[in-house]
Design a protein around this ligand. Structure first.
Ligand code: NAD
Length: 347
């Protein structure tokens, strides 16, 4: 039997289930809502299922679930506080996780600058959805801007941050999301490809952080930086040497900046997604056999959704996380729990 249940929530993170018979797998999605649904302001949708496998995926993070048995308890949720009216810059926000983050922040009442490198159409599409979702959530005054810039280029980064702070009136939240990867046996990895991945993933995050912190200190305003790292901050990834090193470095970037600026109102944290359905993973998300193989390594048995990543970012950016700094939050369905130990190796 195919069934899915949507529940309206005041906010989507953090949530707790007060009653359930079957183990529930909540998957956040926003565009499977019926057209005639009337949300109270600030509400988003949650789909819950007892057994899950994503049926449909899309760029804006659609995820439907199949389930044979379904039982849902009462949901209790808290608001994401302190985001209304803030100004956020999301790098690489025209697709995947960054796109979902930009949309979720707008839904929470943040003004959002969407940085993109070259695909202005995707960026425009993201902007339109962000504005629509913000208005549906009661934040029709939210502003969403597009701003082009290459995360590997220092002068672009300085210009982007100056434009955001100058034209848009400040910057409170930086999301270092732009990222690329490159697959090569390490003994054949060309130096220019190593450099390129490091330049976008790590040097870009450092430069964006530097420019943002400079602005925050100059204006004596508190701020939040959230780095989109990876489970490969912790797990080595053969044939992706530069990617693994860049994300491991991001862990240190997060902790070092957090410690350096903790007493000046600047919090620095990271999320570390596991396997997530986005364009960067088209090699396996578009091929069911490969997808099944990937998901067989994940203790929860499924890939993550962009909305699940974005929800954690909203939490870390909000005042609910006011006492959290220097942390990497792994959002990976248990991928970093040494899945090979699920069964005893010997009697
Ligand atoms: P994606 O390819 O959709 O997103 C990457 C974004 O970065 C794109 O919008 C791209 O245009 C942008 N970008 C690339 N180079 C850029 C540059 N030089 N300047 C500005 N923007 C640039 O893939 P995604 O999965 O959404 O990746 C987003 C982040 O999440 C990346 O940092 C990635 O390493 C991280 N991540 C993804 C997964 C996953 O399974 N999808 C897992 C762990 C971490």
């Amino acid at each position: 039997m195919l069934s899915a249940l949507m529940v309206l929530l005041k906010s989507d993170f953090p949530c707790s289930f007060s009653k359930s018979k079957a183990p529930l797998v909540p998957v956040l999605g926003s565009d499977q809502l019926p057209d005639d649904r009337h949300d109270p302001p600030g509400c988003v949708a949650l789909t819950c299922a007892a057994a899950s496998r994503p049926q449909k995926t899309g760029k804006i993070g659609v995820c439907m679930l199949t389930t044979s048995t379904l039982d849902l308890g009462v949901l209790s949720c808290m608001h994401s506080k302190g985001l209304v009216g803030k100004i956020a810059l999301v790098t690489g926000a025209s697709s995947g996780i960054g796109q979902a983050i930009a949309i979720r922040l707008a839904q929470e009442g943040c003004n959002v600058a969407i940085n993109y490198r070259k695909d202005v159409d995707e960026a425009e599409q993201t902007r339109a959805v962000a504005l629509q979702k913000a208005a549906e959530s009661g934040h029709s005054d939210v502003q969403v801007w597009l701003i082009q810039g290459d995360a590997a280029n220092e002068s672009d980064i300085i210009r982007v941050v100056n434009d955001v702070t100058g034209t848009f009136g400040g910057l409170d939240i930086l999301i270092n999301n732009a990222g690329i990867q490159s697959e090569h046996p390490s003994h054949d990895l060309p130096a220019d490809q190593f450099d390129r991945v490091m330049a976008v993933n790590l040097r870009g995050a450092y430069l964006y952080s530097r420019e943002t912190i400079k602005h925050l200190l100059e204006h004596g305003r508190p701020g939040v930086i959230i780095n989109v790292s990876s489970v490969h901050e912790m797990i080595p990834r053969p044939q992706y040497l530069s990617y693994s090193i860049s994300k491991a470095g991001m862990g240190s970037l997060t902790k070092t900046l957090a410690l350096e600026y903790a007493n000046r109102g600047i919090r620095v944290n990271a999320i570390a997604p596991g396997a997530t359905v986005t364009p960067i993973n088209e090699a396996w998300t578009e091929d069911q056999a490969k997808k099944d193989l990937v998901e067989s390594y994940i203790p929860m048995g499924r890939a993550g959704t962009v909305i699940e990543m974005a929800s954690a970012v909203v939490f870390l950016a909000s005042d609910q996380a006011a006492y959290i700094t220097g942390q990497t939050l792994f959002i990976d369905g248990g991928l970093t729990l040494y899945a090979d130990f699920r069964e005893a190796w010997s009697a």
